[in-house]
Design a binder for this molecule. Structure first.
Ligand SMILES: NC(=O)c1ccc[n+]([C@@H]2O[C@H](COP(=O)([O-])OP(=O)(O)OC[C@H]3O[C@@H](n4cnc5c(N)ncnc54)[C@H](OP(=O)(O)O)[C@@H]3O)[C@@H](O)[C@H]2O)c1
Length: 278
């Protein structure tokens, strides 16, 4: 797969999965614009430095994606760094309130859908005209296992699973949008897919729940590199309209798992997190 010369925008790339995706793309010669809200300036500067120190090209644009007017400028600002965006990774997301579905208030529902659904759609609509014109584009939306309702009654802590309902609904909506858009874009050269961690990716934000869950269900926790590998597969392969889990995608493609340098092989689709040696 030759991605050198391509330009990517990765949202939510100041840490976690977004940062891992940005580093992995840069290792494949992609010029990367990383983005997060202004509260993450340090993280954005740090990821740019890490990429540049490895010989890659990186720039950052800080934008609060819940701010409709600010995010309307994001693609134009990002394109000013290295040219038009070829690859858009809608990764930034959040949970506005940990509240059960019977009580979550309107403000929290609106904030969740604004960040997790409306912002990705706005960014896609900004990116599409140039991708269509050049007949090449890759859009990957990051989803979640929470898009689907788990078994009832819950096996895990009900309080936590209840609290993920509206967040999960926003991700389910993003998946539905992904499929509809893929159908519209069929044959255009622009591909859109969605991928989710199989269950929990071992990011800073998920670290405490990951460590707890790993005690009884180590297979539920995946290393950060797995999502980066899956995203790269979706970009490089001939996929359009796929909704997938990272482990399953790697397994189906019989893809080994690389470190973020894109060279060192660290395992395969079934690789677990080694918490003892972290
Ligand atoms: N980790 C998991 O186990 C897991 C499981 C399922 C799905 N996912 C999905 O994977 C993606 C990344 O997860 P993660 O664990 O890496 O998340 P994370 O560590 O919480 O990072 C989220 C990123 O999004 C940015 N962001 C949040 N609110 C923003 C806003 N209003 N404007 C602009 N940027 C904003 C954050 O930067 P700021 O500092 O600016 O907020 C940060 O860079 C998300 O889509 C998440 O839903 C993760």
């Amino acid at each position: 797969m030759d991605l050198s010369g391509r330009v990517a925008l990765v949202t939510g790339a100041s840490r976690g999965i977004g940062r891992a995706i940005a580093q992995r793309l840069a290792a494949h010669g992609v010029a990367v614009i990383v983005s997060a809200s202004p509260r993450s300036l340090n993280g954005l500067q740090e990821v740019c430095k890490v990429i540049r120190d490895c010989g890659g090209r990186a720039a950052f644009v800080s934008t609060d994606l819940t701010d409709v007017a600010a995010r309307a400028q994001l693609l134009a600002k990002a394109a000013a760094a290295f040219g038009p965006i070829d690859i858009l990774i809608n990764n930034a997301a959040g949970i506005a309130a940990y509240a059960p579905p019977s009580r979550i208030d309107l403000a929290a529902r609106q904030a969740t859908f604004e960040l997790n659904l409306q912002a990705p759609i706005d960014l896609i609509q900004q990116a599409l005209p140039s991708m269509r014109e050049r007949r090449w584009g890759r859009i990957v939306n990051i989803s979640s296992e929470a898009a689907r309702q788990p078994q009832i009654p819950y096996i895990g802590p009900a309080k936590f699973v209840h609290a993920l309902t509206v967040y999960g609904a926003s991700k389910a909506a993003l998946e539905r949008y992904t499929l509809g858009l893929a159908a519209e874009l069929q044959g255009s050269g622009v591909h859109v897919n969605a991928v989710a961690p199989s269950q929990i990716a071992n990011t800073e934000s998920a670290a405490s729940v990951a460590r707890l869950t790993a005690v009884t269900r180590p297979e539920s926790i995946e290393p950060l590199e797995l999502m980066a590998e899956a995203v790269l597969l979706l970009i490089g392969g001939n996929y359009n309209g796929r909704l997938c889990k990272s482990r399953e995608l790697l397994q189906q493609a019989q893809q080994v798992l690389h470190a973020l340098d894109g060279k060192t092989v660290i395992g395969d689709a079934l690789t677990l997190v080694d918490f003892d040696n972290e």
